[in-house]
Design a protein around this ligand. Structure first.
Ligand SMILES: C[S@@+](CC[C@H](N)C(=O)[O-])C[C@H]1O[C@@H](n2cnc3c(N)ncnc32)[C@H](O)[C@@H]1O
Ligand SMILES: Nc1nc2[nH]cc(C(=O)O)c2c(=O)[nH]1
Ligand code: SF4
Ligand SMILES: [Mg+2]
Length: 265
C-alpha cells in the first residue's frame, strides 16, 4: 500500500495518537534490490522518514530535507510486508537507525524468517544483538556535504545550518568499524568523480587499522551518484573505471536504469 502522500507533516515527532511502537514511514513497496551485493533480489522496502544527515544529492528528499510520512505501528508494517511474496526485507530511509522502534521491527521480521538488509549512513550503531543479515553501509564523503554552490533539490533556502552539521557528523570511524566487525557488511560509497577516491582510500585504511575483521577491497563498492538515468549516464562509466583501477567493486543502480526516479521502485 502506498503511504507516500497520505500524510504530510514537516517533522518526525510522534503525534499523541500514534502507537508507541509506531515508525514514520515514507513508503513501503516491493521491488528488486537495485544496489550492492544483493542486486536483483526481490525485496520489500520499508522506508522510514527522518535523517541525521543532509546529503545535497539525497535521492529520498522527502525523508531528509522535507520529511513526509504516515505513522505505522510495527504490526501494521509487518502486515503490509507479509502481503508481498519476497523473503528479503530492506529497511532504509532516511536513516532507519535514528528510530529505536526500528530495532524491534528488525527483531520481529527476523523472527519470521526474513533476510534483513539495513541501508544506513554508518553513523549509528544498533544494539549488539540486532539481527541484521547485511549491513549496507554508505559512509558519506566530503562531496556529499551541502553548500550554497551545491544546494539540495529544494534550493539553498532549505540549507539552513546543515552544511556544518552534516560535515561534522558524516563520518564516525568507530561506528563504522563496530558495524563492520559485528555484521556482514558492504561499504557502499556514492561517488561523484575521481576526486572522491583519496578520501575513500584513506577511510578504508583507517578502518582496516580499527577493525578486527579484515576488510577486503571487494567489501568496498563504488556506486555512481545519480538520481535519474540522465544523471547516472554522466557518472557511471567514470565510477566503473575507478573501481577497476583501484580493485574495488562497482555497483550499478538497476532500479534507476529500470524505473528512473519513480517513487516506490
Ligand atoms: C536514501 S539512502 C537511505 C539510507 C541511509 N540514509 C544512507 O544514506 O545510506 C539509500 C541509499 O541511496 C544512496 N543514495 C542517496 N542518494 C543518492 C544519489 N543521488 N546517487 C546515488 N546513491 C544515492 C545512499 O548512499 C544509500 O546507499
Ligand atoms: N530498488 C531499489 N533498491 C534500493 N536499494 C537501496 C535503496 C534505498 O533507497 O535504500 C533502494 C531503492 O530505493 N530501490
Ligand atoms: S544520509 Fe541517506 S537519507 Fe540521509 S540525506 Fe544522506 S542519502 Fe539521504
Ligand atoms: Mg533509493
Amino acid at each position: 500500500m502506498p503511504v507516500t502522500s497520505e500524510i504530510d507533516v514537516s517533522e518526525t515527532e510522534r503525534p499523541p495518537e500514534a502507537a508507541t511502537d509506531a515508525l514514520p514511514i515514507n513508503e513501503l513497496f516491493e521491488s528488486l534490490q537495485g544496489e550492492g551485493t544483493l542486486t536483483g533480489v526481490p525485496s520489500v522496502f520499508i522506508r522510514t522518514s527522518g535523517c541525521n544527515l543532509r546529503c545535497w544529492f539525497c535521492d529520498s528528499y522527502h525523508t531528509s530535507w522535507e520529511p513526509t510520512h504516515a505513522w505505522l505501528s510495527i504490526d501494521e508494517i509487518i502486515d503490509q510486508v507479509t502481503d508481498f511474496d519476497a523473503t528479503h526485507v530492506v529497511l532504509t530511509g532516511g536513516e532507519p537507525l535514528i528510530h529505536e522502534q526500528s530495532i524491534e521491527l528488525i527483531q520481529q521480521l527476523s523472527a519470521r524468517g526474513y533476510h534483513i538488509t539495513v541501508e544506513t549512513n554508518g553513523t549509528i550503531v544498533p544494539p549488539a544483538e540486532t539481527p541484521i543479515d547485511l549491513a549496507s553501509v554508505s559512509p558519506k564523503l566530503a562531496s556529499s556535504t551541502p553548500t550554497a554552490d551545491r544546494p539540495p533539490a529544494g534550493g539553498d533556502a532549505a540549507l539552513g545550518s546543515w552544511a556544518d552539521k552534516h560535515e561534522a557528523d558524516r563520518i564516525d570511524s568507530n561506528a563504522l568499524a563496530t558495524l563492520f566487525d559485528r555484521y556482514n557488511t558492504q561499504l557502499k560509497f556514492v561517488v561523484t568523480g575521481e576526486s572522491d577516491v583519496p578520501e575513500i582510500t584513506e577511510l578504508v585504511s583507517t578502518l582496516q587499522r580499527q577493525t578486527e575483521t579484515p576488510i577486503e577491497s571487494t567489501d568496498v563498492l563504488l556506486m555512481p551518484e545519480g538520481q535519474t538515468r540522465a544523471a547516472l549516464s554522466e557518472t557511471r562509466r567514470t565510477v566503473a573505471e575507478l573501481a577497476l583501477e583501484h580493485g574495488y567493486r562497482y555497483t550499478p543502480r538497476i532500479h534507476v536504469d529500470l524505473w528512473n526516479d519513480a517513487p516506490e521502485t
